[in-house]
Design a protein around this ligand. Sequence first.
Ligand SMILES: Nc1ncnc2c1ncn2[C@@H]1O[C@H](COP(=O)(O)OP(=O)(O)OP(=O)(O)O)[C@@H](O)[C@H]1O
Ligand SMILES: N[C@@H](CCO)C(=O)O
Length: 320
Amino acid sequence: MAVYTQVGAEDMATFLDLYGVGPLISAKGIAEGVENSNYLVDSQGGRFILTLYEKRVDQRDLPFFISLIDHLADKGNPVPRILPDLSGQHVQTLCGKPACLIQFLNGISVSRPTSRQAFAAGQALARMHSAAADFSGGPPNPLTLNGWRQLADRLGSRLDSISPGLTDEVADELGYLSANWPDHLPQSVIHADLFPDNVLMTGENVSGIIDFYFACRDITAYDFAVTHGAWCFSNDGSTYLPALAAAMAKGYQDVRPFSIAEQQALPVLARGAALRFMLTRSLDWLETPADALVARKDPLAYRRRLSFFRTATSDSILGR
Ligand SMILES: Nc1ncnc2c1ncn2[C@@H]1O[C@H](COP(=O)(O)OP(=O)(O)OP(=O)(O)O)[C@@H](O)[C@H]1O
Ligand SMILES: N[C@@H](CCO)C(=O)O
């Protein structure tokens, strides 16, 4: 459930007037999502998503997200623009929270992707990377080596309460990644969280890429590793799905072929991506209050992926 802030009809109508898209017809809270409050809004002027930014998104980062999304949309990527109001302003304050009106995109997110959907997601990711190549700026990824070390320090031996031995395993993995993390691969702005729930699909086509709130500048191929890890396993991480991996890699490389160096780095990038989600999920697991409305995601689903990637080759990651 993700409606932390209840917006009354009068406030919503006043908000829509700023954009000249009233009057309001209906507004429904959207249950999916974890970080922000989202409403599906129908008005005389069309259908929109209203997002109120709760804790995690820093209002100071919104101009970056807005210009990145505009840049990608200008180049034909299916990303939802954050709309300007009649005076050109993109961010309002609603019920005391920063709030934006966002273009609505059709489609649903799939929970068990098919190979064709994985192909389409790979293609959409590569198109986004190609389009982002001439986008300058963007903050460095806070969730890479240094960020992982800080998370591991914060979690400390509490990791063992999730699963015995996890503290040592994380320390060993950080040692490996510190020694082997590539520093010579092409970088660009990346999505950094392209899970199936952040891709809207109509049939086998990608109709929307949403949730750019982890976007940052980092190794371009790392974004493929994040996406591959999220799409190409059973949800609990126990089963690798090589047919999906082959399809995703083909879709990606039809648009943006990997260099030899990128291909060789895939196993270490995949290990880093798996550790990233294991650590952030562990933190949520241990620090989300028991009565919170959000469902915690299983960190061990990423421990299983990590264990797969420890012996994976570039070929196996590419589904060969
Ligand atoms: N532009 C859009 N067009 C259509 N539907 C959207 C759009 N943006 C969000 N949604 C719907 O709202 C749901 C929640 O959005 P989102 O995933 O961005 O939630 P969040 O809480 O902001 O982020 P997170 O998933 O990181 O918790 C999505 O699953 C999708 O169904
Ligand atoms: N997509 C992430 C949550 C946001 O980082 C996960 O499934 O752990």
